[in-house]
Design a binder for this molecule. Structure first.
Ligand code: SF4
Length: 81
């Protein structure tokens, strides 16, 4: 199973609130008024909402990452050595 991770690039976030409206279980405001992801790994039951929030971001500030891809990268790096 692939663990989905999401995080917000604070340089791209324009504080529109779309992600927080769409998925308040994951996204919230930080002390500077910028959105941030509250969880490290997205629970399976929230994946659809997380992707909806990602699509709703007007500046593509939400970055999605998956654990399996990271492992593949490590495997490739090891093979190169
Ligand atoms: S939708 Fe994007 S720009 Fe809007 S608050 Fe969330 S991260 Fe920031």
């Amino acid at each position: 199973m692939v663990a989905i991770r999401v995080y917000v690039d604070p340089d791209l976030c324009i504080s529109c609130g779309a992600c927080i409206d769409t998925c308040p279980e994951i996204f919230h405001w930080d002390e500077d008024g910028i959105a941030e992801a509250e969880v490290d790994e997205v629970p399976e039951e929230l994946e659809d909402l997380a992707y909806e929030a990602l699509d709703s971001c007007p500046t593509d500030a939400i970055i999605e990452d998956s654990e399996e891809e990271e492992k593949d990268d490590i495997t490739l790096a090891m093979k190169k050595d």
